[in-house]
Structures are given as C-alpha cells and as structure tokens.
Design a protein around this ligand. Structure first.
Ligand code: NAD
Ligand code: UDP
Ligand code: UDP
Length: 314
C-alpha cells in the first residue's frame, strides 16, 4: 500500500484517479481548493478509511508525508482558467514549485498533468512529443498554455538538478462523467444544450478539430505512466487519435440524444487552435497503452450521466 497525494483530486479527472488508486489498495490524500472541483465528485469516498480530503491551495506550501504525487490541480476549461488568469499561472508555476519541493524532500515520484495546449495552435499535424509548439505568449490562453509549459520546464530542471523522479503526461481533450455541467468545454456544453433542447453553440465555422479521449482510457494511461520503468520521464502524449470537427461532434451528440436543438454560430475565441490530434507511438511502446473506448460509446455514457444529474442536480 502506498500513500498517494492527488492535487486537484475533487475535479473531473482527479476524482476518477482517486477511485482508481483506492481500488488498487492505496491510501489517497486528495488536496483541492474547490475552485472548479466539487465535493459531490468525491462524496462517495468520504467514508472510505483510506481516503482523506484536504482543502488547500497548492500555490501555498504543503507539508505532508506521501510516497507518490499526482499533480492535477489547475482549472482546465478556457472559461474557468480565463476567469482569474493570474491565479491560473500561479497554480501552474508556483504550484509546480511547491509540489516539486515536496517531492524532492520526500524523494517521492511525481507526475505532472501537462496538456496538448503546450503545442498551442499547432503548425505540425498530428503532434508528436518532439514538436515544440506554437503559443502566443500574450494571448488570453497563455496563462494556461505558458503556465503548463513553464511547469514542464520546472519538472525537467528539478529532475536534472535535484534528481527528482518525474513523469510528464501531455493530456489531450478528455471527456466523461463528472465533468461540470457549466464547465464550458465543448463536450459538456453540447450535451447539456442537446438535453435541454437549447441551441448548440458552435464557435467559428465548426471546422476546427479536436481528438477526444474517454476518461477511463485516460486514467489507465496516467496510472501506467506513473508506474512505468525507472528513468522514463516522458513527456508522453495520452489521447485518442480519433479526430473530429466540432460540427461532426455536434451532429453525433444530436443523433444520440435525439434532440431537435438548432446550431447557433458564434465568434471563434482568440487563439483557438484549429486542429489537434496526438501521435501516441511513445505511449504504445513505453506504456503498452492505447485508448479502447470509441467516441460514440463514451458519449453514450456521458449523456447518461448528464441526463441523470440534470434531473437531480448534484
Ligand atoms: P477540473 O477543473 O475538473 O479539475 C481541476 C481541479 O484542480 C479542480 O478540482 C480545482 O478545484 C483544482 N484546483 C485548481 N486550482 C487549484 C489550486 N490552486 N490548488 C488546489 N486545487 C486547485 O479539470 P480536469 O479536467 O479534471 O483537469 C485536471 C488536470 O488535467 C489539469 O491540470 C488540467 O490542466 C489537465 N488536463 C485536462 C484535460 C482535459 O481534457 N480534461 C486536458 C489536458 C490537461
Ligand atoms: N515545499 C513544500 N513542501 C515541502 C517542501 C517544500 O511545500 O515539503 C515548497 C516550499 O514552499 C519551497 C518549494 O516547495 O519554497 C520549493 O522547494 P525547494 O526545496 O526546491 O526550494 P527552497 O525550499 O530552497 O526554496
Ligand atoms: N467550442 C464550441 N462551442 C462551445 C465550446 C467550445 O464550438 O460551446 C469549441 C472551441 O472553440 C474549441 C473546441 O470547441 O475549438 C474545443 O473547446 P474546449 O473548450 O472543449 O477545449 P480546448 O479549446 O481547450 O481544446
């Protein structure tokens, strides 16, 4: 049994990770300031003897005793990370320094939830880990993109300078149950709009693409990366290479929900990436990982979840 710290543990991905780590027989310390996370995501764990929740902001030092750290704390949806951009950058950068300082003191292995956003609006398609990215340092997405890029730099410098055992994961768009209904990301927006019979908000002409990974596949990749061979640091892409336009996604969701919602076209936000698709050769080779859940199956699970919580809000 390991003692494992999960920062951002009451968020969408973090809560699924806590479930998985407890299932594997570990002790889990979930640290979250509840900015975008919800207690309802971990409500079912509060009575578990191996689970502990601590309300804490990782931009402040944290002194605990653990064997492993998963650093997921950071708002992930553009609406939320742009709400208080300075705090977003602080969470990524100062939060990373604190968690790396903790890992250094404890000689604990630490995994960073990085992102495909480090590639910015990519000129190279699809994206391998070796691509260095194209990010506007002064734009409205930079607090997140540059914050995450700086966090990767800190991870590699703590590794080289202090020998910290790091694992860096570049997560591509992930969806599934426990996304917040007002999260603002495209999958949750379209599903909630379709279920409520509201207009589907397409930003731009809807021809931009994303590659969507179901949460269960993503958590499996994260767990395998944390437990991968000594010396393998990544960064490694974890995502589903199935690439769709936002119009295709909207149509699929409308078909599955059987909704009569209309499409409503709104302006494309600044710096919105036009295309995104992971190359996952490294994950296949190093982690023997590839996604299993097809978009349609994952959407059905996610639609069922939102259908339930919209009837009885959590
Ligand atoms: P989320 O918003 O649901 O979860 C983030 C969690 O971090 C929330 O519970 C929030 O309250 C907490 N948090 C934010 N700032 C904090 C702080 N300063 N101190 C403590 N807790 C704080 O988002 P998510 O989708 O679960 O994303 C989790 C991680 O994965 C993030 O680091 C995100 O950047 C990364 N990621 C997610 C995706 C995706 O598609 N879901 C894609 C790429 C990267
Ligand atoms: N830190 C922490 N918990 C620990 C150890 C360190 O939160 O158990 C924080 C502390 O705030 C420090 C940061 O991590 O500022 C970086 O630690 P490091 O040892 O690299 O730097 P230093 O302590 O020399 O500033
Ligand atoms: N998007 C959209 N309608 C929405 C929300 C998002 O068309 O209601 C678009 C958005 O402009 C982007 C894509 O969907 O091109 C994915 O957006 P999301 O915020 O989910 O993720 P990210 O842009 O961070 O990949």
């Amino acid at each position: 049994m390991k003692r494992i710290l999960v920062t951002g543990g009451s968020g969408f991905l973090g809560s699924h990770l806590c479930d998985r780590l407890l299932k594997e027989g570990n002790e889990v310390l979930c640290v979250d300031n509840l900015f975008t996370g919800r207690k309802s995501n971990i409500h079912h764990l509060l009575d578990e003897k191996n689970f502990e929740f601590l309300r804490h902001d990782i931009t402040f030092p944290l002194y605990v005793e653990v064997d492993e750290i998963y650093n997921l704390a950071c708002p992930a949806s553009p609406v939320h990370y742009q709400f208080d951009p300075v705090q977003t950058a602080k969470t990524s950068v100062i939060g990373a320094i604190n968690m790396l300082g903790l890992a250094k003191r404890l000689k604990a292995r630490i995994l960073q939830a990085s992102t495909s956003e480090v590639y910015g609006d990519p000129e190279l398609h699809p994206q391998p880990e070796s691509y260095k990215g194209s990010v506007n340092t002064t734009g409205i997405r930079a607090c997140y993109d540059e914050g995450k890029r700086c966090a990767e730099t800190l991870f590699f410098d703590y590794h080289r300078q202090h020998g910290v055992d790091i694992k860096v994961m570049r997560i591509f768009n992930t969806y599934g149950p426990r996304m917040h209904p007002n999260d603002g990301r495209v999958v949750s927006n379209f599903i909630v709009q379709a279920l409520k019979g509201e207009n589907i908000t397409i930003f731009g002409d809807g021809m931009q693409t994303r590659s969507f990974c179901y949460v269960e596949d993503l958590i499996e990749g994260m767990y395998r990366l944390m437990n991968s061979r000594e010396g393998f640091t990544g960064p490694v892409n974890i995502g589903n290479p199935g690439e769709f336009t936002m119009l295709e996604l909207a149509q699929e969701i409308l078909d599955l929900v059987g909704s009569g919602s209309q499409l409503k076209f709104l302006p494309l936000p600044q710096d919105d990436p036009m295309q995104r698709q992971p190359i996952i050769h490294m994950a296949k080779k190093e982690l023997d990982w590839e996604p299993k859940v097809r978009l349609r199956e994952g959407l059905i699970e996610t639609i069922n979840y939102f259908d339930r919580i919209l009837k009885v809000p959590v």
